[in-house]
Design a protein around this ligand. Structure first.
Ligand code: HAM
Length: 420
């Protein structure tokens, strides 16, 4: 019997894992610089958290959730995104009682039952940042600046920041009515999903990728025109903040995002180099989610990036050179005694912080050195009976193809010197 990874999932290993680790290092470094601390929440949560948080009318909740077979009394679901879990944790752990803002980041797998294609998987990974505790547009700008600097630091080229404001509840109500009137008699021309959305959440029609729907809403009125004074001022202040940090953006009134929790600011970073799934990062403000989760009314804003999409760009734009396995020394051996010495020295070196590898397959010396070459070891030695008896060994510099005789007993000190 052989097994395959489930459709829409991928193993990450070999050269790829070095790229992932390198990118993760950049993400963690950025968060440290922006004073954002990590949070790790469970990979599954109560199903109701996502239904209420992400929204009953979203594709995620209606079609894509991995709801686990009931274990015990409650229904639980694999997280389709990171925001709801972070919001739940903020409330449950009374983080709102601490001095604000609370700035959290996560690197997490997420699960959506979608049709897999390039840049769209059923298990994928998100890097997300959530900032709780402020309604001020400077926090929206702060979140955007973190995403912007992350993409910049990774080196991603040709990516556009698109921003929009969906306003507050009142603006949304007003806009939904105007949009419904606009679509009016054309409702039959909408796709099946949008016909349903038209009733429950007309705004989402703007987001539809279906050509027929796109045509219907081509000249739809802009949501920005329906913003009340406060929401409009918030959006203007955000633009001023972005200008202040020289972060380029375009205003795109068609951006509404696929999740229900957004209020006011929404934004996306989009690339046109990775096919139809070009949204590398999405986010926005969600001032009602914390209270929806049972906490006090609290301003919140954040974003999440799809790491698979980032990796596609890292590879196609050849952005990161990894060091690979980074083996300092390969310790070859001859015979049983040689092996035991290689093992004890190898362990000593590893404890001293040196990346050491030795043969555990009992291969010939020739095969061992071929392997040392393959794993790109910087140095190699071969230990046999005479090296042990005479306390002498040839230290070979694999890159320079040069070698010198040293005392076996001073190998550790020698290597520590060489590595520094
Ligand atoms: P989202 O737009 O659903 O937003 O997802 C964020 C990013 O995750 C997308 O832009 C995309 O890069 C990636 N992504 C989503 N679905 C998939 C998939 N099936 N395969 C590969 N990548 C995918 C959210 O999840 C919000 N929680 C973002 C947020 C945080 N808003 C505020 N705070």
């Amino acid at each position: 019997m052989t097994f395959k990874a489930p459709r829409g999932t991928k193993d990450i290993f070999g050269d790829d894992i070095f790229l992932w680790q390198e990118v993760e290092k950049i993400l963690r470094g950025i968060c440290e610089r922006f004073c954002v601390s990590e949070i790790r929440t469970p990979v599954f949560e109560q199903t109701e958290l996502f239904q209420r948080g992400v929204g009953e009318t979203t594709d995620i909740v209606t079609k894509e959730m991995y709801i686990l077979e009931k274990k015990g009394s409650e229904s639980v679901t694999l997280k389709p995104e990171g925001t709801a879990g972070a919001a739940r944790a903020f409330v449950e752990n009374s983080m709102y009682a601490q001095p604000q803002p609370t700035k959290l980041y996560y690197i997490t797998p997420a699960f959506r039952y979608e049709r897999p294609q390039a840049g769209r998987q059923r298990q994928f990974h998100q890097f997300g940042v959530e900032i709780f505790g402020s309604y001020d547009s400077s926090c929206d700008a702060e979140a955007i600046s973190i995403a912007y600097e992350t993409l910049n630091r990774i080196g991603i080229q040709n990516i556009e920041l698109r921003i929009n404001s969906l306003g507050g509840n009142q603006c949304r109500k007003k806009y939904n009515k105007i949009l419904k009137d606009f679509i009016g008699n054309n409702i039959d021309s909408l796709c099946e999903d949008c016909q349903e959305r038209f009733e429950k959440n007309p705004l989402r029609v703007l987001d539809c990728k279906n050509e027929k729907c796109k045509k219907v809403i081509e000249n739809a009125p802009s949501v920005i025109e329906c913003l009340d004074g406060e929401c409009s001022a918030h959006f203007e202040a955000l633009k001023k903040n972005l200008d202040n940090m020289s972060i380029p953006y375009v205003v795109d009134s068609k951006i509404v995002r696929g999740l229900d929790y957004y209020t006011r600011t929404v934004f996306e970073f989009v690339s046109n180099e990775i096919g139809s799934q070009g949204t590398v990062c999405g986010g926005g403000r969600y001032d009602n989610l914390i209270s929806e989760c049972g906490g006090p009314q609290t301003g919140a804003v954040g974003f999440a990036m799809g790491l698979e999409r980032i990796m596609m760009l890292v590879k196609s734009q050849e952005l990161i050179k990894t060091k690979g396995r980074n083996v300092d020394i390969y310790i070859g051996s001859i015979g049983d005694e040689g092996f035991l010495k290689a093992q004890s020295i190898g362990f000593e070196l590893r404890k001293a912080g040196i990346n050491a590898e030795y043969d555990t397959l009992k291969r010939s010396v020739k095969a061992q050195l071929k392997y040392a070459n393959k794993i790109d070891a910087k140095y190699s030695i071969v230990i046999g009976e005479s090296e042990i008896n005479n306390d002498k060994v040839m230290l070979k510099d694999m890159r320079e193809s040069s070698q010198k005789e040293i005392k076996l007993s001073s190998l550790k000190e020698m290597l520590i010197q060489l590595m520094n």
